[in-house]
Design a protein around this ligand. Structure first.
Ligand code: SAM
Ligand code: SF4
Length: 341
């Protein structure tokens, strides 16, 4: 399968943005119920036969990689670790010699079972979500009692620097909920060179309890942190990096601190991402409700060339940038749990 040699006709949209990063949601299911992601009333799960199979996912990976030149893939969800074929999918992705990064974004609840097999299969980027260091608050936010398990698993991952040279913690910052913990998160970067803590601005999605009063922008986070720490700005990892990087300018703070400013300073002009939902919809922007069913194309017997052409045509319609935050809050979109971040 991987021996096909062809010159990729790259994934470029009408604003000349090159897309080499694919995010694949593996499941709509989750073992947590985070308030900012999962609607309180729950979600209507798609019928099981609407969810992409292992072979369908790997066929799309093949098309995006060999035809489109994708060299970075992140697996997400729902919670990707509850999908039984996770390791097989990672092995299948790793078979492409041009693939640089295979990442996963996980809530960490089941990571103790997967840390070694994931790395063996070829995973080389691990993001774990954690919004609070307080057990009761975790249970309020995630609506499930899994705090101790998550903290233990983060510690396990950090203690495997050979397998995981950099573990990233993703923390969604919400005014009045966890803004009092920003500096406690910064403290985690002390004596921890293989840790990056990233603060993410709270984004509005369907039924996710977002409102302007809970939104807490990057500049406000910086203001709090700078009252206590001397922050040194670091260069971006590459031209598509969505994180603004810093470190505490003191020898003992060896980890990194990042900010993802999707709302206050978006990065649409350098966007290199496309997404596939668990039910096989191509989404060219996190905030654009328009979708194209790659699942239907796959199941209609279309050839790889035909599917790739469909992907290119859909990408070409990608908007220049997403709507302003307050318009997003009132526009139709899937809940985050059905997109994958
Ligand atoms: N279950 C996995 C997890 O929680 O890491 C993967 C899926 S989750 C949808 C992916 C990422 O999106 C997580 O880091 C989560 O914190 C983030 N996220 C979810 N809802 C968000 C929101 N409203 N604003 C900002 N980030 C959000
Ligand atoms: Fe589940 Fe992740 Fe959404 Fe939380 S953020 S409900 S862990 S998918």
């Amino acid at each position: 399968m991987t021996s096909v040699s062809r010159q990729p006709a790259l994934l470029i949209d009408s604003f000349n943005r090159l897309h080499n990063y694919l995010r694949i949601s593996l499941t709509e299911r989750c073992n947590l119920r985070c308030q900012y992601c999962m609607p309180e009333k729950g979600i209507d799960l798609s019928p099981a036969n609407h969810i992409l199979t292992t072979n369908e996912i790997l066929r799309l990976v093949r098309i995006f990689t060999l035809y489109g030149g994708v060299n970075k893939i992140r697996l997400t969800g729902g919670e990707p670790t509850i999908r039984k074929d996770l390791i097989d999918i990672i092995r299948g992705i790793r078979a492409y010699p041009t693939m640089k990064t295979i990442g996963i974004t996980t809530n960490g609840v089941l990571l103790h079972r997967f840390l070694e097999p994931l790395a063996e299969a070829g995973l080389n980027s691990l993001n774990i979500s954690l919004d609070t260091l307080i057990k009761e608050k975790f249970e309020f936010l995630a609506r499930r009692a899994a705090f101790t398990r998550v903290i233990t698993n983060i510690r396990l991952a950090l203690d495997m620097p050979k397998l995981y040279p950099l573990v990233k913690i993703n923390c969604v910052v919400m005014q009045g909920i966890n803004t009092d913990e920003l500096n406690d998160f910064i403290e985690l970067t002390r004596d921890q060179p293989n840790l990056a803590v990233r603060f993410i601005e709270y984004m509005p999605f369907s039924d996710n309890k977002w409102n302007e009063k809970k939104y807490f922008p990057y500049e406000a986070m910086l203001k709090i942190i700078k009252q206590k720490y001397n922050l040194e700005k670091l260069p971006p990892n590459d031209k598509n990096d969505t994180t603004k990087w810093y470190r505490v300018n003191e020898n003992s703070y060896q980890g990194k601190v990042g900010f993802i400013t999707s709302m206050s300073e978006h990065f649409c002009s350098t966007c290199n991402r496309v997404r596939i939902t668990a039910d096989g919809q191509l989404k060219v922007c996190l905030f654009d409700n328009k979708e194209m069913s790659l699942r239907d194309a796959l199941r209609s017997g279309a050839t790889d060339e035909e599917i790739y052409s469909l992907i290119q045509r859909t990408l070409y319609k990608k908007e220049k940038e997403h709507l302003p935050m307050n318009d997003l809050a009132t526009s139709e979109n899937r809940p985050m749990i059905l997109i994958g971040g």
